[in-house]
Design a binder for this molecule. Structure first.
Ligand code: SF4
Length: 384
């Protein structure tokens, strides 16, 4: 492709986006996290929070537009019969920089969604955020969905009227890290919010008509508070009634402050079996009309998904099926999941994969009667 030498423009990108925004155009409106103290979160540690000026953000949007136009021009000139998808895929496979990769991936997926980074976009002044969202939509008329991360506390401080203004400008969905609805857990993890803040913030978003995705972390209560964590989290989620509840499983590595609590014995991790029991208790206590989603490889039972309340029994049946396995089969499944060999419980019936896991367990010195938790934990770290 002769033109690739001319593809030099770039714009700023933050480090993360939710899995559901993998194909979204990423626009960084703030840098890092305005709280940055949660013990279980390594993402922005050591980085300073910064607001960005509206003009700087608009400049990035303009650059994204130039990149889009260049990729379109490339598609037209390279005689791919106008196949933007093919050219976007080629740019994506060999991008001149991350900004090009992002725009190419977004075009490849149809160019409909955008995600505003980083951790707490609502902290911007409402008027400025409205201006950014409107500019983004004007610059890219193809965008029909704009989403972002927010903190409950910040959402609680915005009035419903302000949130409605944001929705009317084009903000479609907010992703909020609820993590737990149990105050002692929130306090221990230094989350900087209470269950009451979660409810107030979540309800404001729902009342404004913005789609809401709340993230919960299974295992967050540790061996000491798992039961209270499950029940209180279900209560808070039921009071909010978000559109989506997304489950994640606690994973700990050395870049997290929580690692020190584990080392000192201040926090004792649950085993996979205990976490599944906690998930069961959480689901049993949910009284809402949300979609429960397990869209992360870190969750042991990714097939525990469905619409509440009608799919509650179906989800609990998946959990019961896992719990009814023999200890050997449970160990095999846990190891297969953590090695990335299994996707769901049915995969246990695949003789080839079952044997592959068995051999891996032999190599790792497992006895087949119980995968060592330390090995499981270290395998899990590879996924984050
Ligand atoms: S508020 Fe979110 S991004 Fe910030 S430290 Fe906590 S978990 Fe991490």
């Amino acid at each position: 492709m002769a033109m690739t030498g001319m593809l030099t423009e770039s714009f700023e990108l933050g480090p993360i986006r939710p899995p559901s925004e993998a194909y979204s155009l990423l626009i960084r409106v703030t840098r890092n996290c305005s709280w940055n103290r949660c013990k279980f979160c390594p993402i922005y540690k050591g980085e300073k929070f910064q607001l960005r000026s509206v003009e700087a953000i608009k400049q990035d949007i303009r650059t994204a537009r130039i990149i889009q136009d260049k990729i379109k021009e490339l598609a037209w000139k390279s005689g791919y019969d106008g196949s933007l998808e093919e050219v976007a895929a080629m740019v994506c496979n060999n991008p001149p920089n991350d900004a090009y990769r992002n725009v190419a991936l977004w075009l490849y997926a149809g160019g409909k969604n955008a995600f505003l980074q980083d951790a707490n976009t609502l902290i911007m002044k409402t008027g400025e955020l409205v201006e950014v969202i409107k500019y983004l939509k004007e610059t890219f008329p193809s965008i029909s969905r704009i989403t972002s991360y927010a903190r409950s506390k910040t959402a609680a401080k915005k009035s419903v009227e302000e949130l409605i203004e944001l929705r009317e400008a084009g903000l479609s969905r907010l992703h909020i890290g609820l993590e737990s609805g149990y105050d002692p857990v929130l306090q221990f993890m230094d989350k900087g919010v209470t269950a009451a803040d979660h409810i107030a913030g979540g309800r404001n978003v729902v009342a404004a008509g913005i789609s809401l995705s709340e993230y919960v972390i299974l295992g967050m209560g540790g061996k000491k508070m798992w039961r209270e964590h499950a029940i209180a989290t279900a209560r808070v989620l039921s009071e909010i009634n978000p559109d989506f509840i997304r489950a994640r499983t606690l994973t700990i590595h050395s870049r997290m402050p929580l690692h020190n609590d584990v080392a000192s014995g201040n926090f004792v991790r649950e085993t996979d079996e205990e976490i599944i029991e906690e998930e069961k208790l959480l689901i049993e206590n949910l009284e809402c009309h949300s979609s429960f989603i397990s869209d992360h490889i870190i969750n042991l039972l990714q097939e525990v998904e469905g619409k509440l309340p009608e799919d509650k029994e179906k989800m609990l049946a998946v959990i019961s099926r896992f719990q009814a396995l023999s200890p050997e089969e449970r160990a095999n499944f846990k190891m297969g999941r953590r090695l990335g060999i299994y996707g769901r419980l049915d995969d246990l019936n695949d003789a080839r994969r079952h044997e592959e896991v068995k051999r891996a367990m032999d190599r790792l010195g497992q006895d087949g009667n119980g995968a060592d938790d330390k090995v499981i934990f270290s395998l899990m770290e590879r996924f984050i």
